[in-house]
Design a protein around this ligand. Structure first.
Ligand SMILES: Nc1ncnc2c1ncn2[C@@H]1O[C@H](COS(=O)(=O)NC(=O)[C@@H](N)CO)[C@@H](O)[C@H]1O
Length: 416
């Protein structure tokens, strides 16, 4: 709240640039009102205690009057308190909509069309045959079932089979091991989480629609390990020497894709359940340190794409596309020959203390002060989406898929 008051114009610009439905003046007025009422309640409480203190030494004929005044003060305080209860809730809900201030280098614009490419890596393959898309490649090699399973599990589901099923497992272990090699602690986390985990991470309230709910159990299924990883240390006060907390989080991910009707309905690009190795950082509240971690996370994800020899481009995400809590987001988009387009396969985000404030992630800094930390997250590798550019870029005329050396080493053979 202090930041908002001290930087009202900056916050208003962030609200506009991120298309957030929030009236900051109304929020500030509500905060004043709640604060005023709280001060009045405190004063009435103090008054009642003062009067009660006078009670024991009072003359008998004064006791009745004192009792009445004490009761009156207490009653008034109670009325005020119930009067502001819903205003306090309203203020809390509005605070959850306050956006983070976006990176000054982020393109200002309402959505993904305003994203800009900042770097392109890798040679797009030139085929001397008509390339197949990933569905054809999987069907001709017996690497998936996309039909039967929809009878059993509905749309946007898949079965990987044969060596492709093995490749997914190997890629996940390889990604986990690579990120571990960068000093990150491997941790497998559940997709199951309570509602406040989603509020703390930032998925709620805005993206509730995209989240599977287990209403009988008051639980939800997370679309990314980031949800549980953000909540793990909630409420603790970490010591400076415990930072940075570095997690290589592996988890199944579940997404309703409520807003994506009709998009990417063919194949593996956009499914309800997938797996991901997530890079997650809790670091000291220093923008330069966060920027360093952002660069390291991005480089780690790029190193995996380079080993897989998938051509890609790095995106500077626009203010409108990066989402409420981000200070900065760089997506990586991988080349998909059959679409003749780059498609997002990774997302790298710096949130400064926006998530830490919601999740109450704090540490004792070198001055001994307890402050909110910074958090970052990035996709190391997510499957099956990554299989789409992988299969398509490495396909041969006869439908076999030639493995780049790093992956051939994993799979013990030159071809998938
Ligand atoms: N419905 C989906 N189907 C398949 N893969 C998906 C789906 N949604 C997201 N992904 C994969 O998961 C990656 C990360 O998703 S994200 O929402 O962009 N970002 C996050 O979840 C962050 N926690 C960083 O990983 C995407 O880049 C994509 O590779």
């Amino acid at each position: 709240m202090d930041f908002i008051k001290a930087h009202t114009d900056t916050v208003k610009k962030a609200i506009a640039d991120k298309n957030v439905e929030l009236d900051l003046d109304a929020l500030l007025a509500l905060e004043e009102e709640v604060k005023g009422a709280k001060q009045e309640i405190e004063a009435l409480r103090a008054e009642r205690n003062r009067i009660s203190g006078m009670f024991k030494d009072a003359a008998p004929e004064e006791k009745a009057e004192l009792g009445r005044r004490a009761k009156e003060a207490g009653k008034r305080a109670g009325e005020l308190e119930s009067g502001i209860a819903d205003k306090q809730q309203q203020l809390k809900d509005m605070m959850l909509l306050v956006p983070n201030i976006p990176y000054e280098g982020a393109p200002v614009g309402p959505g993904e069309d305003d994203n800009i490419v900042i770097r392109t890596e890798g040679e797009k393959p030139s085929f001397d045959f008509t390339p197949r898309d990933h569905v054809e490649l999987m069907e001709m090699n017996g690497w998936a079932d996309l039909q039967r399973v929809t009878q059993v599990s509905g749309s946007r589901t898949y079965c990987l089979k044969g060596r492709l099923a093995l490749l997914e497992q190997k890629l996940m272990a390889w990604a986990l091991e690579t990120i571990m090699g960068n000093g990150f602690d491997p941790i497998t986390v559940p997709a199951i989480a309570r509602e406040d985990a989603f509020v703390r991470q930032g998925q709620f309230p805005g993206h509730r629609e995209e989240t599977y709910e287990l209403e009988k159990d008051d639980l939800f299924l997370a679309g990314t390990a980031e949800v549980v990883l953000t909540g793990l240390h909630s409420g603790e006060i970490l010591e400076a020497d415990q930072l940075p907390v570095l997690y290589a989080g592996y988890s199944p991910c579940f997404r309703r894709e409520a807003g994506s009707a009709g998009r990417d309905v063919r194949g593996l690009l956009r499914v309800h359940q997938f797996v991901k190795v997530e890079q997650y950082v809790i670091c000291e509240a220093d923008e330069a340190v966060s920027a360093e971690w952002h660069a390291k996370l991005l480089a780690a994800a790029e190193s995996l794409l380079q080993a897989m020899e998938i051509p890609y481009q790095v995106i500077e995400t626009s203010t409108g596309d990066m989402g409420l809590g981000k200070y900065r987001m760089n997506d990586i988009e991988s080349w998909v020959p059959s679409l003749d387009k780059y498609r997002e396969t990774h997302s790298c985000s710096t949130l400064h203390d926006w998530q830490a404030r919601r999740a109450n992630l704090r540490y004792r800094n070198s001055d001994g002060k307890v402050v909110h930390a910074h958090t970052l997250n990035n996709t190391a590798l997510a499957s099956p989406r990554i299989l789409v550019p992988f299969l398509e870029n490495h396909q041969q005329a006869d439908g076999r898929v030639k493995l780049p050396p790093a992956i051939a080493a994993l799979m013990g053979g030159e071809y998938l």
